[in-house]
Design a binder for this molecule. Structure first.
Ligand code: GDP
Ligand code: MG
Length: 166
């Protein structure tokens, strides 16, 4: 099995850390140059039974920039063309403007979105349950997976879920 996955989320939420944990720097193809005008390959994960190409979604993770019509289209096109969207968030029940904007964009696409709540090494179980509840109320996520990209906790589970949906 193989497929395309994009990881979206605000700056500092842990996208690079997760990518490095999943793929490992040795076999990661990190590229800052656009592969096409649309999007870019960030890295490729190869396992015995499946392969995942991680694609960057330009624009949607840069809420500080005013997105022009073109950038919005580009982001939307990428979100539609990948097999899975991973939306990475901080483990807080307060959903900020930036994440609300992203969620409003996700309403327009049909691709399954997996909510990945990162940095669970920094919160208590009860607090995590509140985060899960908060996100359940704003979008119908295909799955909600709490992880720590830092310690690797539950990252295997995330990979299992990705593989099942390719
Ligand atoms: P990006 O901007 O989304 O690519 O975020 P980075 O991967 O650069 O991570 C931003 C900061 O969060 C770094 O200092 C990471 O070490 C930290 N970080 C990432 N994942 C975790 C995690 O699971 N737990 C903790 N405690 N820190 C994390
Ligand atoms: Mg990064």
């Amino acid at each position: 099995r193989s497929g395309f996955v994009t990881i979206i989320g605000r700056p500092n939420v842990g996208k690079s850390t997760l990518m490095n944990h999943l793929v490992g720097e040795k076999i990661a193809i990190m590229s800052d140059k656009p592969q096409t005008t649309r999007n870019r390959i960030q890295s490729i994960l190869t396992r015995d039974d499946f392969q995942v190409v991680f694609i960057d979604t330009p624009g949607i993770h840069k809420p500080k920039h005013k997105l022009g019509h073109y950038m919005v289209k580009v982001a939307e096109t990428t979100l539609n063309e990948v097999d899975i969207v991973l939306m990475l968030v901080e483990p807080t029940p307060h959903i900020g403007q930036g994440d609300r904007y992203v969620i409003s964009e996700l309403q327009k696409v049909k691709t399954p979105v997996i909510l990945v709540i990162n940095k669970i090494d920094t919160v208590e179980k009860q607090a995590l349950l509140e985060v899960i509840e908060a996100y359940k109320n704003v979008y119908n996520f295909a799955e909600i997976i709490p992880i720590s990209a830092f310690t690797g906790e539950n990252c295997d589970r995330l990979l299992d879920v990705i593989r099942e949906r390719l």
